[in-house]
Write a protein that binds this ligand. Structure first.
Ligand SMILES: Nc1ncnc2c1ncn2[C@@H]1O[C@H](COP(=O)(O)OP(=O)(O)OP(=O)(O)O)[C@@H](O)[C@H]1O
Ligand SMILES: [Mg+2]
Length: 497
């Protein structure tokens, strides 16, 4: 057997005038997990989609096990033993786990529908348990959490007996336990000689599971490294083309004494328990906990998306009732949701529209909407967040996943709200752009905005927050000074150890 599972040479791909990939070469050895790294928009997902036939390359060659191939479409890719987990999930919500796993290649052992269904569930159960996963195959996918959905997506990709598995940011939205399950599956697959390409912005994951890493920068090769011979700094430098001075910028200001937001025994239908806390002007307050701890439910209540059924919410000392997100906005609260794709963006519309839609009053001059002002606001925000390409007329759906995230964040940041709630603000964002987002958060806090960050990234929390509340099963179980807290401590508190 040749020892190169997959070899790409001289791959070019443009979308209109944008060169997503320029002369990219890549080699996946037999038995290795090879990381594909790079900033948002570097071309990682494009390369994956070329390998699965979603996109056609403009030129270049692909060899699978030493043979030059063309990949027509995703079905053809599957026939060639290439399975993929995309950055955006592709499961059908209204079907069961079993149906999703075998979608497009159901077992055809019976003429009778019910028998076939039983067989499907039996096979799926076998499959799931062979990877030690406890998900009932007859559950509807809609009832699973995001992390479980990703695990099902992986099992689905494997069910074709893939020889090459492509994983594009697979751990997004996964809990620590689910991430560990994924890594165990990957270790197991390695023993079974499945070769893998692994994309992630979490470099700690890369150091844990990968053998080599290839970095793309602006659609070009920027280096290939052996993981046990490279350090974090070198990888980051290769990704960004510069060294990252400080991942977490230093905060100049301090919170004031004035309370901006206060909740007492506050509870919505979806929250597991009533919650009380206050947020000061200019304070960066973190709420952390593991996935499923109830952070997002709390955020939805504070933003008026879910109605309070109990307790009090006051803004600047005055009790208010928030019956809708519009109410919250009128009271100066902005909310950056966790699920940005579903809740935050008009995908077909351009960057300018998406950024300005929430801030149209800023673009009004002499009583009319000024298109010049609109484009200034959008350009300024895009520059601050390093949205790439820097083209405010581009449809958001054509941006890379991470750049789409930045648009949602930009939309709420440029309104300079009094209170800003951010749910998992740096998910899917590359390490350089993360720093920009932290700087913007600092800037807003320094000018008096009260910031509430919900995140399960403990390292991020202790580095950027003034104060941290730990939430477990819907209840606040600890309060710490940000600077005094450690990742281990937060994890222990969040898990209830
Ligand atoms: N369908 C499309 N139409 C136009 N441009 C596109 C399309 N898909 C991708 N691009 C562009 O190609 C470039 C590479 O995007 P790609 O999605 O490969 O980035 P990525 O490395 O996966 O980034 P991220 O980390 O943000 O997911 C970007 O500039 C993006 O805007
Ligand atoms: Mg991508």
């Amino acid at each position: 057997m040749p020892d190169i599972a997959l070899k790409l040479e001289g791959i070019y791909k443009s979308f209109g005038g944008i060169h997503a990939l320029k002369d990219v070469s890549f080699e996946l050895s037999e038995g290795e997990v090879h990381a594909l790294l790079g900033e948002n928009g570097a071309g990682k997902s494009t390369l994956i989609k070329i390998l699965t036939g979603v996109h056609k390359m403009d030129s270049g060659t692909i060899q699978v096990q030493g043979k030059t191939v063309t990949i027509e479409d995703p079905v053809d890719a599957r026939h060639k033993g290439i399975g993929a987990i995309y950055q955006e999930l592709s499961l059908v919500d209204s079907l069961t786990v079993a149906e999703n796993i075998f979608l497009g290649h159901e077992p055809t052992t019976s003429f009778f529908g019910t028998l076939r269904k039983k067989e499907l569930i039996r096979r799926a159960a076998e499959y799931l348990s062979s990877f030690g996963i406890e998900i009932d195959p007859s559950t509807l996918v809609r009832d699973l959490g995001l992390g479980q959905k990703r695990i099902v997506e992986i099992i689905k990709a494997l069910s074709i007996n893939a020889n090459i598995l492509l994983l594009d940011e697979p751990t997004t939205g996964m809990s620590r336990v689910e991430i560990d399950t994924l890594f165990e599956i990957m270790d197991d697959l390695k023993l079974k000689k499945v070769n893998m390409i692994y994309i992630s912005h979490h470099l700690d994951e890369v150091f844990r599971v990968c053998d080599r890493a290839t970095v793309l920068r602006d659609g070009q090769n920027a280096g290939t490294f052996e993981i046990d011979k490279v350090d974090l700094k070198t990888l980051v430098k290769s990704m960004l083309g510069r060294t990252l001075k400080e991942e977490f910028p230093v905060r100049e200001g301090r919170p004031s004494e004035d309370t901006l937001l206060e909740i007492e025994e506050f509870k919505t239908d979806k929250m597991l328990a009533p919650v009380s806390f206050s947020l000061k002007k200019g304070e960066i307050l973190g709420i952390t906990g593991i996935i499923g701890s109830g952070k997002s439910e709390l955020a939805l209540g504070l933003f008026g998306a879910d109605r309070a059924i109990k307790g009090k919410l006051s803004i600047a000392g005055k009790e208010v009732r928030l019956n809708s997100p519009d109410d919250a906005k009128r009271h100066g609260i902005s909310f950056i949701p966790e699920d940005r794709k579903e809740q935050g963006l008009f995908l077909r519309l351009n960057v300018e529209h998406n950024i300005c839609v929430a801030n149209i009053d800023l673009a009004i001059k002499n009583g009319i909407i000024s298109s010049k002002k609109k484009s200034e606001i959008a350009t300024d925000t895009s520059e601050k967040l390093k949205i790439r390409p820097l083209d405010i007329k581009m449809a958001v759906q054509n941006l890379s996943g991470g750049n789409q995230q930045k648009v949602v964040i930009g939309k709420w940041l440029c309104g300079e709200p009094d209170i800003l709630i951010l749910d998992e603000p740096t998910r899917g964002i590359d390490i350089g752009a993360k720093t920009e987002i932290y700087s913007l958060i600092n800037y807003l806090a320094d000018r008096g905005t009260g910031i509430l960050i919900l995140s399960s990234e403990f390292r991020e929390m202790s580095a950027i927050c003034d104060r941290i509340l730990v939430i477990r099963k819907g209840t606040i179980v600890a309060e710490l000074e940000g600077k005094d807290s450690s990742t281990e401590q937060l994890l222990t508190l969040a898990l209830g150890g």
